[in-house]
Ligand binder design. Structure first.
Ligand SMILES: [Zn+2]
Length: 411
């Protein structure tokens, strides 16, 4: 038990070293063979290395804080302080403690987040001054606090009301909540940060007809393709499918439309239609619920064990909050390779649909090549970085898929 924090830190240091420092030359060779210049390859590798440094920085800050709260006197002291302030009331104690942890973590993370913004500027991916970036950053922090607050209060009410079966109810509740968030977030939260305009009302209105033909071909009940003013934040090009039931939508970044040809945009749109046709959001929520069921059951055992160890009066004792957060942090790490593998599978399905719907493998490859270059993507990732973190298959693999598809239909 006393060695546990050291073991956890050692595992994370090992993973950081592996993903940051261990090269994989065959990936570079494959990228070269696929037609990427040495400059594009080197830039992508350098850029992603620097981004990972930031990412590992925030990971170690959060891990360090949670370990300190669970395994030193810091956690009990914070709990006692909040309990006094809240005059012993259960829910106010919990909310104060959660707010305290949230604010402390935000303050510790802040220098790295400023670093991320400066990094984006240094690479020419944004020209945003500090002021607008900072006010949006604060807004994002506030939105996250509300959403995480809802999840936390829901979880702790179940811990209090159903001390034996809360994990079962929480897993079921998470599915309902995830569906609700998916339904509401695109229409309530996303517009706080960006504008979404039907393509017919933008300067790309002339593309509406051909793009809509593709939607009809896919037989997807989508009235309007939305254009997001992503250029307000950065120069990244992207597109996404989001929402649930009545709020399902496909969003194209204005940067994407600015830099790509119509056939390339068709290819990207067809990919998003692929996600829609495969029902990836609904399946994702269901799989997430199953994963959470297993994770919450384990957490219920951990809390049971912690009752004696840490002197908790029951699973809903606010003094156990740091244990719940640490278990959640480690659990999401354990689940990451699996959820990334599922995500890559979804992306391959959507790519296949993109090839079948748009029927333009060369434009598909052009779009992939351009997206990698414009977003300074790493076209030669090491296999372990892909296994651990990649939600999408490597660019080279996606391009190969188009080559294979082309060969298969010309037979
Ligand atoms: Zn996708």
């Amino acid at each position: 038990m006393r060695q546990l924090p050291a073991i956890i830190v050692a595992v994370f240091v090992g993973l950081a070293a592996l993903t940051l420092l261990v090269p994989w030359p065959p990936a570079v060779e494959t990228a070269r063979v696929s037609g990427f210049s040495d400059e594009v390859i080197a830039n992508g590798m350098q850029h992603s290395f620097e981004r990972r440094l930031f990412w590992w920085g925030t990971t170690f800050i959060e891990l360090g804080l949670l370990l300190a709260l669970v395994f030193t006197r810091l956690g009990p002291a914070a709990t006692a302080w909040c309990r006094r302030l809240a005059r012993g009331w259960w829910l106010p104690t919990l909310l104060l403690l959660a707010a305290l942890y949230y604010v402390v973590l935000a303050i510790l993370d802040f220098p790295l987040d400023v670093g991320r913004w400066a990094h984006l500027r240094a690479w020419g991916m944004t020209e945003r001054p500090f002021g607008p970036w900072f006010s949006e950053y604060l807004l994002a922090l506030a939105v996250r606090a509300v959403l995480e607050g809802v999840v936390l209060v829901g979880l702790y009410l179940l811990l209090r009301w159903l001390p034996r079966w809360w994990w079962l109810a929480a897993a079921a509740g998470s599915v309902v909540l995830a569906a609700l968030f998916a339904l509401v977030l695109p229409v309530v939260v996303a517009p706080l940060f960006n504008t979404f305009t039907p393509i017919s009302e933008t300067k790309w209105a002339k593309w509406e007809r051909p793009l809509h033909d593709l939607v009809q071909k896919a037989n997807v009940p989508l009235d309007e393709i939305l254009v997001m003013n992503a250029s307000a934040q950065s120069k990244h090009s992207n597109a996404y499918y989001t929402g649930f039931a009545g709020t399902r939508r496909i969003v194209l970044y204005d940067n994407l439309l600015e830099k790509h040809t119509l056939p390339e945009v068709e290819s990207v749109l067809a990919h998003e239609l692929g996600h829609w046709l495969h029902d990836h959001i609904v399946i994702g929520i269901a799989l997430g619920g199953l994963g959470l069921l297993a994770g919450l059951y384990v957490l219920s055992r951990i809390l049971k064990w912690a009752e004696g160890r840490f002197g908790l009066y029951g699973p809903s004792d606010p003094a156990g909050l740091a244990i719940v957060l640490l278990a959640g942090f480690l659990g999401s790490w354990l689940a990451m390779p699996l959820s990334c593998a599922v995500s890559r599978h979804f992306e391959r399905q959507a790519d296949m649909m993109a090839l079948e719907l748009a029927g333009q493998p060369d434009e598909f490859m052009d779009a992939e090549r351009k997206l990698a270059k414009d977003n300074i993507g790493n076209v030669a990732p090491t296999p372990w970085n892909v296994w651990l973190f990649a939600t999408h298959p490597p660019t080279v693999e996606r391009m190969q898929m188009a080559v294979d598809w082309k060969k298969a239909i010309s037979r």
